[in-house]
Design a protein around this ligand. Structure first.
Ligand SMILES: Cc1ncc(COP(=O)(O)O)c(C=O)c1O
Length: 453
């Protein structure tokens, strides 16, 4: 391993979604990675309970993916895909289409999840126009939804902190309520029983208010990940699909975290048996080894663009310099091969019951107020410290990292776990035991320290 200098100047890098001052007072540095583990700059092994950021689904530094990138870097570093092409990008698109839900066989490549969301929203708006239905300009997302950080994504996203500093964003975006209901569904195993009727408010509240003829698309994460693992109640996604069909509205699943095996199937759409009109994905697409995102699109949607434009004309005025970058395309081909050859989606499905059992062993551990799980995803919601939201979970995160050698992720007072699909039973045990141990040693906050209500 390359030696890390101990005099790193941390001041220049403006870190994303990070408390910069706090981080830089005691940096947490990862220097190498292999399989289920990171190695820190001081040589400690850290069990990765979060697949990096929900993205390294096949485990770190998979030799086949590493080799594919290295090989391609020496053959051709870059080729444009505007009016040009290279073989790997077509192969990557075909490979991705081959594992996509039936009918979603057209692929637009971009560089990450945020771009995939903005691309899908633009396709939706332009599609209706191509079909002579240019009145459809509204986009519906969901409260607590995370769709990346582009202006389109934050407009349909529902996280206040990600929106409030940036003005009104897109006009015409509105939001469904989120379906988290701890009072009725706490400690559900798998999908919650209560709340499917919340999908009806798409029709009864939002379409009634705005006129269905003005709505272009509804975008939802099948599982809301970033705001703490919010699962769709039984029947909820089916209802959304039916309402969108009834009114000619496109349904987009944002599968940036659920794609590539997280729920034990290639996509959440397969797991739920609900096929949207478009899927946005990224992260696991290349096993995170090179940035890449993609939108999977129904063929007839692309056909509408091709039919509407004059021959020899560009049909869709959209794209990125790095759309289908050769290194990303090589990584995507290799990653999808690894997923299929090693049966990793089935492996995740097989491990899910053990993971669920281990997760729910934390019921009764101090401060645990809900546990939510599906596939290899788990959210553990904690009672927060009064007046100091997020501090309890963040403290657990720090102790897991420094004292237990385990990487978890937190959002507010919720711990979100999403380990690589190669995790074994001992590692599952280690992950949950670390969290339980840390919670058991959390001190109760004396009443005097409570902030006034
Ligand atoms: C559902 C969802 N959509 C979009 C994004 C944005 O992806 P990126 O950070 O690659 O832009 C994320 C990131 O976590 C996500 O979870």
């Amino acid at each position: 391993m390359k030696e890390i200098p101990d005099n790193i100047d941390t001041s220049h890098f403006w870190m994303p979604f990070t408390a910069n001052r706090q981080y830089k007072s005691r940096p947490r540095l990862l220097a190498a990675a292999s399989g289920m583990y990171y190695t820190t700059d001081d040589g400690r092994q850290i069990l990765d309970g979060t697949s990096g950021l929900w993205c390294v689904n096949a485990g770190h530094c998979h030799p086949k993916i590493t080799a594919a990138i290295q090989q391609q870097a020496a053959v051709m570093d870059y080729a444009p895909t505007f009016q040009m092409g290279h073989p790997l990008v077509f192969e990557a698109a075909s490979k991705l289409a081959s594992i996509a839900p039936e009918g979603l066989n057209r692929v637009f490549f971009c560089n990450d999840g945020s771009e995939s969301v903005d691309t899908a929203l633009k396709i939706a708006l332009a599609y209706h126009r191509m079909c002579g239905d240019g009145l459809r300009t509204r986009l519906i997302g969901r409260e607590r939804g995370y769709h990346g950080v582009g202006f389109g994504g934050i407009a349909v996203g529902g996280i206040a902190g990600n929106r409030k500093h940036f003005g009104p964003t897109l006009a015409g975006a509105d939001h469904l309520r989120h379906p988290l209901d701890i009072a009725k569904n706490a400690f559900s195993r798998g999908l919650p029983e209560h709340g499917a009727e919340l999908a009806d408010e798409l029709e009864q509240r939002l379409l009634a208010l705005h006129d269905p003829a003005t709505v272009a698309a509804v975008i939802v994460e099948p599982i809301q990940g970033s705001t703490g693992v919010i699962l769709p109640p039984k029947g909820y996604l089916q209802k959304l699909r039916a309402i969108c069909d009834k009114y000619g509205i496109l349904l987009i699943f944002d599968e940036v975290i659920t794609g590539f095996g997280r729920l034990g199937a290639a996509f959440a759409a397969d797991h739920f048996g609900v096929v949207p009109d478009m899927i946005t994905c990224a992260k696991g697409l290349t096993n995170a080894a090179v940035p890449m995102g993609a939108v999977l699109v129904r063929q007839d949607i692309q056909d509408a663009f091709l039919d509407a434009a004059p021959e020899n004309a560009i049909e869709f005025f959209h794209g990125y310099t790095y759309t289908g970058h050769p290194l990303a395309a090589a990584a995507a081909i290799a990653a999808i091969d690894v997923y299929t050859e090693e049966g990793l989606f089935d492996r995740a499905a097989a491990m899910a019951p053990y993971f669920e059992e281990a997760a729910h062993q934390l019921k009764g551990v101090p401060y645990v107020k809900d546990i939510r799980n599906l596939g290899l995803v788990c959210g553990i919601e904690l009672e927060g410290v009064p007046g100091k939201p997020g501090t309890r979970a963040f403290d657990v995160f720090l102790k897991c990292f420094w004292e237990k050698g385990v990487l978890i992720r937190t959002t507010g007072d919720i711990i979100a776990l999403s380990p690589p699909l190669i995790i074994d039973q001992l590692q599952v045990d280690q992950l949950f035991a670390a969290i339980a141990d840390v919670l058991k040693t959390q001190k109760a906050i004396p009443a005097a320290e409570h902030a006034p209500a």
